[in-house]
Write a protein that binds this ligand. Structure first.
Ligand SMILES: Cc1cc2nc3c(=O)[nH]c(=O)nc-3n(C[C@H](O)[C@H](O)[C@H](O)COP(=O)(O)O)c2cc1C
Length: 159
């Protein structure tokens, strides 16, 4: 395989940039994620790629819920903030306005809007990211405007 071509082509897949909120008991956390897509209308399912060695993956496995917060075009700094690994769980959310959603997962009140999911399946034994399939059980719009994409940021996560 042409490794450079693989990298170049995989990086051309369009992606959004989201803040994924997680909860396990009284612990809440959030991270920047981009590997997300809808995979069913009925029931409404989304698939999210989650790094297996992240704090958030452990919390998703235990808590079985997550929120997807859609960012505004001018919220790249928010995405930058949530890229950091959690040193203390919950620390990254301090100072970022949020509330608990119906599932308990954190909803960023200054984001464009959100969906909340209940975990239905976790797959991908061979990969370094798990595929977490969630059913959308709640949604809300704070502002109807275009969402931040990976291309807007100039960053890459893929290849
Ligand atoms: C542009 C960008 C996109 C990312 N997308 C994902 C993703 O889709 N899934 C994932 O698990 N991590 C993704 N990450 C990495 C996480 O944001 C990072 O591992 C984070 O530290 C995890 O936080 P935690 O330790 O609080 O769980 C991405 C990072 C960047 C810079």
């Amino acid at each position: 395989m042409d490794a450079q071509a693989k990298k170049t082509m995989l990086r051309k897949m369009p992606h959004g940039v989201y803040i994924v909120g997680v909860r396990n008991g009284s612990d809440v956390n959030a991270f920047t994620g981009t590997w997300l897509t809808q995979v069913s209308f009925t029931p409404p399912l989304v698939a999210l790629g989650v790094k297996k060695d992240s704090h958030s993956f452990e919390m998703i496995k235990q808590g079985r819920v997550f929120s997807i917060n859609f960012l505004k075009k001018d919220q790249k700094a928010v995405a930058e903030h949530f890229v950091k690994p959690a040193t203390v769980v919950g620390e990254k959310l301090k100072g970022v306005p949020h509330r608990a959603g119906t599932t308990g997962a954190p909803i960023l009140t200054e984001a464009l809007g959100f969906v909340e999911c209940q975990v239905r399946e976790i797959a991908n034994e061979s990969g370094d990211h798990a595929i977490v399939i969630g059913e959308v059980v709640e949604a809300g719009i704070h502002e109807d405007a275009p969402a931040l994409t990976l291309m807007d940021t100039g960053w890459h996560y893929g290849g």
